[in-house]
Design a protein around this ligand. Structure first.
Ligand code: PSU
Ligand code: MN
Length: 316
């Protein structure tokens, strides 16, 4: 663990890591900027419960009072959810400023990966990752999440990426950056609200054990992250025509309003939810819970592998 004075790991998470018990990192921008209050807080707490029910300890990540925190209490989660978009959306570039000012921030996929890696957490569950935005060939809007996947060795379990992004360009970018894209039980990249996108993943994997084996072999010099994509359960997936119409309208409106930079993703998420009358929020909550369960079971398999390696070494 690359412990330093800025990192603060909760005692439950620290004890689990010290005794090689499974831990799953969770992000907090999804709480503050990804969903409305109070569903955001309810979901964050339900996601923590789903991690526990599947045998792992949840470590929700955020910046609180200038500390990079892994493992939040319920009051801190309530605070992030209630403050909503008034809290800083904190990606890699925001961390030094927030820490130096003793400030608060909700961590994106990129900054959650950084803090997870500092704490020694290998597996992280979320809903969707950032990616290459539609029109990026002129706007250059590419999420810092992709750069982080290129350089930080944490496995991110998500439901694919929303088609608010250009999924084809996102896959090309990940290939360039050396990030493997794995489909859990699927050959096809899931598109968040729907199980299919028309794009292939690099590898299909059908069990948590196999995922854990890949994560435990991700030890090459300069190893980066792994993107594990888990399709939304069929009963919660949305009608592709309906959701894509809402996404197209949201993208058109964000362009007309000249929305830019870090505001783009939260604007699109809120707009899609509004245009689907809240149905997209229900799907969103369900897929996050589904990812939390898969991440926790994978973390259990990962620790079982590590414990076995340790026993073999001690037996020699
Ligand atoms: N996509 C979603 N839900 C989210 C996000 C993305 O479907 O909540 C959030 C995540 O925190 C992600 C961030 O890391 O938005 C990406 O923002 P940007 O595109 O500005 O990098
Ligand atoms: Mn962006």
């Amino acid at each position: 663990m690359h412990s330093n004075e800025f990192l603060s790991v909760s005692s439950e998470v620290a004890q689990a890591l010290a005794s090689n018990r499974p831990v799953v990192a969770l992000e907090s921008t999804i709480i503050s900027h990804g969903m409305p209050y109070p569903q955001n807080v309810e979901t964050a707490l339900a996601v923590e419960s789903a991690v526990r029910e599947n045998g792992a300890v949840p470590a929700t990540v955020a910046v609180i009072g200038g500390k990079l925190k892994a493992g939040l209490c319920a009051e801190e989660i309530e605070y992030l959810g209630k403050t909503g978009t008034r809290i800083t959306k904190a990606s890699r570039r925001d961390l030094a400023y927030l820490v130096s000012h003793g400030a608060d921030g909700a961590t994106t996929v990129a900054s959650t990966m950084i803090i997870a890696a500092m704490a020694g957490i290998k597996i992280f569950a979320t809903g969707g990752v950032g990616g290459v935005h539609r029109g990026a060939e002129t706007t250059m809007d590419i999420s810092a999440d992709l750069e982080e996947l290129a350089k930080t060795p944490v496995a991110v379990i998500c439901a694919g990426a929303k088609s608010i992004l250009d999924l084809g360009l996102t896959l090309e970018y990940l290939e360039t950056k050396g990030v493997p894209v794995i489909g859990y039980g699927t050959d096809e990249l899931p598109a968040f609200y729907t199980r299919k996108s028309g794009y292939k993943v690099d590898y299909r994997v059908d069990s948590e054990k196999e995922l854990a084996q890949i994560i435990s072999c991700n030890e090459l010099p300069g190893a980066g992250g792994i993107l594990i994509t888990n399709p939304i359960p069929p009963e919660y997936s949305m009608d592709p025509e309906r959701i894509n119409a809402a996404i197209d309208a949201a993208v058109a409106e964000s362009r007309a309003l000249g929305i830019k930079g870090k505001e783009t993703t939260p604007f699109l998420l809120a707009k899609v939810k509004e245009l689907t009358g809240g149905d997209s929020l229900v799907s969103n909550i369900r897929l996050v819970l589904n990812n939390a369960g898969l991440a926790a079971r994978t973390a259990c398999e990962y620790c079982a592998l590590k414990n076995k390696e340790e026993q073999i070494c001690q037996g020699q």
